[in-house]
Write a protein that binds this ligand. Structure first.
Ligand code: CTP
Ligand code: CA
Length: 223
């Protein structure tokens, strides 16, 4: 059994995966969120663990359950996810940021439930920290950093510019234009770009199989 573990391709590797949405509080009963189900991130975390990695999964609010043995840290907001990622990242060999992190949060969080008024309501939003970009600038030469890009238009160019701007080793493009891909769905259709901007296009498939394709791309660049 130990011999099998040691021959696993990611044996001894410390891997960080983020998954799910983040919720940004408006008041004690309301939040700003998104449609991320966490399925893709959990499938990835499970697959990386199956390949022998020592996986830490930082998850936003989700009903998903990991099937493999891994360390799970539950968070709610982008700030909490950022703090959790920063504490784990220095020790990691491979990081995959699959979470759909909110880009904006309410500038003020009301301590009491906001009551309905005669007038319309205006919420002021402030930017959250870009976790992936922060990790990209802190990244050491031995560390592999994988990001996602969710796009609806001019998708390949946006994905490639995220790879470069955030100092990534791989970017996984998720197109919302493909039917059956993305949020909630059990299937996904991805395109992966490496640092040389070489493109790998994959068929629509089950998220568990998409996770295998992403892991193969990671294994190609992992030492
Ligand atoms: N990401 C992050 N922290 C944020 C926002 C995004 O770590 N505050 C990460 C996501 O986990 C993903 C990647 O950045 O791996 C790209 O996310 P995406 O929403 O596609 O891109 P953004 O850079 O946020 O740009 P935009 O939403 O304007 O397309
Ligand atoms: Ca975003």
């Amino acid at each position: 059994d130990n011999a099998i573990k040691k021959s696993s391709p990611l044996f001894g590797k410390k891997v960080l995966v983020t998954a799910g949405p983040t919720y940004e509080a408006i008041d004690p009963v309301r939040f700003i969120g998104n449609h991320s189900s966490g399925k893709m991130g959990f499938a990835l975390a499970d697959e990386l663990a199956r390949l022998g990695a020592d996986v830490t999964l930082i998850a936003g609010p989700t009903t998903q359950k990991a099937t493999q043995n891994l360390k799970r840290i539950d968070v709610v907001s982008a700030q909490q996810m950022y703090d959790a990622c920063l504490s784990v990242f220095p020790e990691t060999d491979i990081t995959v940021m699959c979470a759909a992190v909110a880009d904006y949060r309410p500038k003020q969080v009301a301590t009491q439930k906001i009551k309905k008024q005669q007038s319309d309501l205006v919420l002021e939003l402030e930017k959250t920290t870009d976790i992936l970009a922060s990790l990209g600038s802190a990244k050491k030469a031995h560390q592999i950093l994988v990001g996602f890009a969710l796009e609806t238009n001019d998708e390949e160019n946006y994905a490639k510019s995220k790879l470069e701007k955030k100092n990534l080793d791989l970017v996984v493009l998720n197109s919302l234009n493909d039917k059956g891909a993305g949020f909630r769905s059990d299937t996904n259709k991805i395109t992966i770009f490496n640092k040389a901007l070489e493109r790998s296009v994959f068929e629509m498939k089950a998220k568990a199989d998409v996770a295998k394709d992403i892991c193969s791309a990671i294994l190609k660049i992992a030492k």
